[in-house]
Design a protein around this ligand. Structure first.
Ligand SMILES: NC(=O)C1=CN([C@@H]2O[C@H](COP(=O)(O)OP(=O)(O)OC[C@H]3O[C@@H](n4cnc5c(N)ncnc54)[C@H](OP(=O)(O)O)[C@@H]3O)[C@@H](O)[C@H]2O)C=CC1
Ligand SMILES: O=C1CO[C@H](CO)[C@@H](O)[C@@H]1O
Length: 317
């Protein structure tokens, strides 16, 4: 498996398992199966509300000697309710307890959005706190503290634009190491990738298969299906593989990490195998022209009337 080097030489496996929507009741078995077929990188988050069960699976796999803690790469994310400097530690401690771990390999600020502490999902603007009240720089100082305390080996962000990364890095003691964003052939984010490369930031591609299993109320009408794109289907035929494997291989071939989610053993295996699939220069070029700047995860749930969050200032575009 290809890996990416972080600033101290630690290696993040290029392919990890997404865990959003892997429900309690099934996620224990998913994680055990994933470890048994060779996954070592897991993408978690406080807000996914399944970290307790993931922790039980990780702990059992470690206790039975199937895997060592040091071989695993565990990422989790700070939720928007804990953006004050001194609350970062509190949210991370809950995650560590749930996951039964002493440290995370990577901790990310999930969104450049702050909520009131008791509002998990804001229904209107009154649940949100302006970034002029709790600044991203303040949240980042909290992230630097948990890194200094050894609770997270590496720190980064998610859903951040180049502008917001610059804003943080200008005053950071410890700079951003990873940015996790939505990436697939219909949202290629070429400028953001080039910027992150210059800044020595690893980019992780989320929703690489088009986030197919989101609840209907989160979906737009007539969302495109990445598996149905003729170019993707043709390249899949060339390699005698599935469209999902082409999408995953594309992400790894352009030097991003990628975290497809699945709860099925056969798909877990094919997704893992796809990380070793090489696409030709011509195939990469054919995919390169498919970009439509289309987001599945629009962030619209934060652009609420009565707050100063808008889609324009969320994505800075
Ligand atoms: N930082 C952030 O804000 C965000 C982070 N993420 C992270 O990224 C991960 C992946 O993104 P996510 O939105 O979950 O969606 P994905 O794009 O990974 O799509 C998941 C869907 O694809 C299906 N699938 C998986 N593999 C295959 C395959 N080989 N063939 C056919 N279908 C397949 C899954 O079905 P099944 O499970 O039934 O196999 C599921 O329905 C998340 O789980 C989460 O960890 C996601 C969104 C936002
Ligand atoms: O990672 C993610 C998935 O779940 C959350 C909502 O339920 C999103 O906010 C986020 O992008």
């Amino acid at each position: 498996m290809k890996t990416y080097s972080l600033n101290n030489g630690d290696q993040m496996p290029a392919l990890g398992l997404g865990t959003w929507k892997s429900e309690p009741g099934e996620v224990y078995k998913v994680i055990r199966t994933a470890i048994s077929v060779g996954y070592r990188h897991f993408d978690c988050a406080y807000i996914y509300q399944n970290e307790v069960e993931i922790g039980a699976a990780l702990n059992d796999a470690i206790m039975t000697g199937e895997v060592n803690r040091e071989e695993l790469w565990i990422t989790s994310k700070l939720w928007n309710t804990h953006h004050k400097q001194d609350e970062v530690n509190e949210c991370l401690k809950i995650t560590l307890k749930s996951l039964q771990l002493d440290y995370l390999d990577l901790y990310l600020v999930h969104w450049p959005v702050a909520h009131h502490k008791d509002v998990i999902f804001p229904q209107d603007g009154s649940g949100l706190v302006s970034l002029s009240e709790i600044s991203l720089e303040e949240t980042w100082r909290g992230m630097e503290k948990v890194k200094a305390a050894g609770l997270a080996k590496h720190i980064g962000v998610s859903n951040f634009s180049a502008k917001k990364i610059k804003q943080i890095n200008d005053s950071a003691t410890h700079k951003i190491e990873v940015n996790q964003v939505e990436l697939h052939p219909l949202l290629q984010q070429k400028d953001l990738l080039a910027f992150c490369k210059e800044e020595n930031i690893i980019v992780t591609a989320y929703s690489p298969l088009g986030s197919r299993d989101r609840a209907v109320q989160m979906k737009a009408e007539n969302e495109p299906d990445l598996f149905e794109i003729p170019t993707i289907q043709k390249i899949a035929e060339n390699h005698d593989c599935s469209p999902a494997q082409v999408l995953i291989a594309w992400a790894v071939n352009r030097e991003t990490a990628v975290i497809p989610k699945s709860t099925h053993e056969a798909r877990l295996k094919q997704n893992l195998e796809a990380a070793n699939l090489s696409l030709s220069k011509d195939e990469m070029n054919e995919i390169s022209v498919l970009d439509k700047h289309f987001r599945y995860v629009t962030g619209g749930f934060f652009a609420l009337p009565g707050s100063d969050y808008t889609l324009a200032n969320l994505w800075d575009e």
